[in-house]
Design a protein around this ligand. Structure first.
Ligand SMILES: [Zn+2]
Ligand SMILES: [Zn+2]
Ligand SMILES: [Zn+2]
Length: 124
């Protein structure tokens, strides 16, 4: 495809790859994303306006009464689902199933976006 090979962030607290992709946590303390973040992936660079959750619930979990740990909002369709620390991992399932690569943390006070296929993270 002639694409530039993107660098992946392999900083502490994050692991590479799909299955364990969403750290389910805030970036490591002291990690200054603004300074040391590698070249953002094409998906993160394409985000100009961050979509915020309409409601602070996982829209899949509430159907079944399941619980979740953290919430993530899909930056493609604006839907909110649960993170990989949650039993059902709906956000990463949605990303895989739909091909929507980028989520934003829906947790109050957290301001970061994450790309699943590139395992890249950026603050906003
Ligand atoms: Zn990406
Ligand atoms: Zn869920
Ligand atoms: Zn989506």
């Amino acid at each position: 495809m002639g694409q530039t090979q993107l660098r992946q962030w392999s900083g502490p607290g994050l692991v590479q790859g799909w299955s364990r992709a969403d750290p389910g946590l805030t970036p490591p303390v002291g990690y200054d994303l603004g300074v040391t973040s590698p070249t953002p992936c094409v998906h993160l660079s394409a985000i100009t306006t961050v979509k915020h959750p309409k409601k602070l619930v996982c829209e899949e979990c509430i159907k079944t009464g399941a619980s979740w740990v953290h919430l993530r909002t899909c930056q493609e369709c604006g839907t909110t689902r649960c993170c990989d620390s949650s039993p059902n991992r709906h956000a990463s399932k949605h990303a895989k199933a739909s091909g929507h690569p980028v989520i934003a943390s829906a947790e109050p006070g957290e301001r970061w976006i994450y790309c699943y296929p590139d395992d890249a993270i950026a603050e906003y």
